[in-house]
Design a protein around this ligand. Sequence first.
Ligand SMILES: *Cc1c(COP(=O)(O)O)cnc(C)c1O
Length: 417
Amino acid sequence: MSKSPVRDGKSPSTEPLQPAAANGPSPAIMPTYARQNLVFESGSGSWLVSTKGERYLDFGSGVAVNALGHAHPKLVAALTEQAQKLWHTSNLYRVAGQERLAERLCQATFADKVFFCNSGAEACEGAIKLARRYHFASGHPERWRIVTFKGAFHGRTLATIAAAGNEKYLEGFGEPAPGFDLVPFGDQEAVEKAIGPETAAIMVEPVQGEGGVRVPPAKWLRALRDTCDRHGLLLVLDEVQSGMGRTGKLFAHEWEGITPDVMAIAKGIGGGFPVGAFLATDEAAKGMVAGTHGSTFGGNPLAMAVGNAVLDAVLEPGFLEQVQARGLRLKQELARLKDEHADAVEEVRGSGLLTGIKVKPPTADVVNACIAEKLLVVSAGENVVRLLPPLNVTDAEISDAMGRLSRALRRVANPKA
Ligand SMILES: *Cc1c(COP(=O)(O)O)cnc(C)c1O
């Protein structure tokens, strides 16, 4: 298919188009997102400033990505310092920052080995490949199927949309990638029934984020761990959203006192710079020998400089305790809000600063009303509105956000007022 003629027959211009915010999204962007007509030009901590000069309180953090808020001085310094030295060399050579971050992540977790990539989907995809390859290397190439969960989100690649099984995301993209057995989240009986001689692994989010901030029943992760041990399966955790301090532990599975065999991470680990990774024990990673996987950009010096700086902050004594305290406070304030707005708020959900409210009006109405109050929040499944402030959010900002959310809910209940 040939390219359509240049618009209006004019020659392509290098001039920027007129101020983007004035006209709505550019037609040059593939419209796969229903975007808000908002453009931000700077940020600081929990705050963003739009091109119109308006300040927004950011309780979305770019979908749980800006773990330390915007323009954190230490992250800015780490990135700019590295930018002046070296950006990219490829994985044909050793990368010092990569080795450092991998060793630190291994020291802080169950893992012995790390592979760096650039996004959550890639991390999940790599974790899936690793799980299959483990059984191949163990002499069981027939064990390649993975038990996954309804309501899950693992990214938008062909394998990860098949793994999560959301019909909306699969439609029109051909036969879903095979090898995934979907069962209801939290249903241990269904898990046991889905396991057969071809099963390689169980892959699960400790808290479902996109699915609606769904916290599974207590001790369920433990049951999954036991099941994996009994059947020789790998337990693969997708901590892309729940990890890096979001729930008040470095990784959410720590709350259950278990360790996985494999873990996918991304989002918060780069604090806004694209970084992903999958981690595994030596045993689980035994099939990942030279030539089995790769990524041109994965773990490049810029990404690793920022990743190490984010980890510095999150591992600082008292940081995670503070996330727990802020998470508790946010939850208490949300519970109060629910009492005040019983007509609009059905339930408060979450763990740490991965929180949400299940609302009665359409989530889009609540999100839009929040924007009118200059508060940014993120919708999720099951009619949930997510509140994902930066991990270093202040108590004052939480109170401020509650005021805005309360006014937004009043707006939705009474649109003409
Ligand atoms: C966001 C997310 C992903 C996908 O990450 P991308 O960087 O968008 O590819 C995967 N798993 C979970 C749990 C997520 O929240």
